[in-house]
Design a protein around this ligand. Structure first.
Ligand SMILES: Nc1ncnc2c1ncn2[C@@H]1O[C@H](COP(=O)(O)OP(=O)(O)OP(=O)(O)O)[C@@H](O)[C@H]1O
Ligand SMILES: [Mg+2]
Length: 272
């Protein structure tokens, strides 16, 4: 079982959209058994599904009890909760405040590992202890940003955040960190005129492409914007397209699957 947290301390870059679409791609196209966890208090990912449960991610942080909502054969969700904040959970005053979720996962690892190949966690755009707890259990942290200077700065800050969590969560005797997450980045909402990207996107790509943690970029596309409005991933939308429409969008699909395959490779422990 591999765990990915999607996070960056900048709003609106596409974290929830990509968690939703990648979750559907992994389960529908790659036949992986996927568990989504909505770790963002605005609960955008949860709202994409017509499901309800008594327990949410908040209960995992408080009583440890959990409820998994079954969406399709291969896709499940642990619902988000607006109470998922450091203050509500009083995380700052707890012992091992970075490792609360880590301890829960250790306790439940076997039963989760039997059911799931991949866990995708969506987060709020912040550097809270809640978010740090998600990063602490992850194999990879995926930053998602649009082509902006602020987005690039947020990516640099994300790398530092992950390193800081590693330093905080060490085993006292061996001094080894419990946290092994590696940070990666994708660009999102790239804009084209004809076959070329706009100047802003080009400037962003010129810099980000130098980073070995860069896994590719996804273009700005109405199919993506629509996915969390009609609650259908771009891959589900593709299934309802005519051959002509599929052909029209072929380049977009080829590219997003290339990017998602790159993410899957590093998530499964391969080289980028
Ligand atoms: N590739 C894309 N093409 C077009 N629109 C996109 C794309 N990716 C995301 N969007 C749109 O951008 C907006 C922000 O996306 P999203 O909510 O996924 O970002 P987020 O990082 O989760 O934001 P927040 O920080 O608020 O949680 C949404 O309206 C979404 O539909
Ligand atoms: Mg979001």
């Amino acid at each position: 079982m591999k765990i990915q947290t999607t996070n960056i301390d900048k709003g609106g870059g596409g974290k929830s959209t990509h968690t939703f679409n990648a979750g559907d791609w992994l389960s529908r196209v790659k036949n992986k058994r996927v568990l989504l966890i909505d770790g963002a208090r605005e609960c955008n990912l949860t709202h994409a599904f017509d499901i309800t449960s008594r327990k949410t991610i908040y209960d995992i942080f408080t009583t440890g009890e959990y409820e998994i909502c079954h969406i399709t054969d291969n896709l499940s969700l642990i619902r988000g909760d607006e109470r998922l904040t450091d203050e509500q959970l009083d995380l700052a005053s707890r012992n091992n405040k970075y490792l609360q979720l880590f301890m829960w996962f250790s306790e439940h690892y076997e039963e989760l590992d039997k059911q799931f190949d991949i866990i995708l966690i969506d987060t709020h755009n912040d550097k809270s202890l809640v978010t740090a707890n998600f990063i602490a259990v992850s194999d990879i942290v995926l930053g998602v940003t649009d082509a902006s200077t602020n987005g690039f700065r947020a990516w640099l800050a994300l790398k530092q955040f992950v390193e800081a969590i590693k330093r905080e969560a060490i085993e006292v005797i061996t001094k080894k960190s419990y946290v092994t997450a590696e940070a990666y980045i994708i660009g999102n909402k790239m804009e084209y005129y004809g076959n070329n990207v706009t100047d802003t996107c080009k400037q962003f790509l010129d810099v980000i492409q130098e980073d070995e943690a860069y896994l590719g970029s996804v273009q700005k596309k109405e199919l993506m914007a629509k996915s969390l409005v009609i609650n259908q991933s771009v891959f589900e939308q593709r299934e309802n397209m005519t051959e002509k429409q599929k052909l029209d969008h072929q380049k977009f699909y080829g590219n997003i699957e290339y990017v998602y395959n790159n993410i899957l490779t590093v998530l499964e422990g391969g080289a980028a």
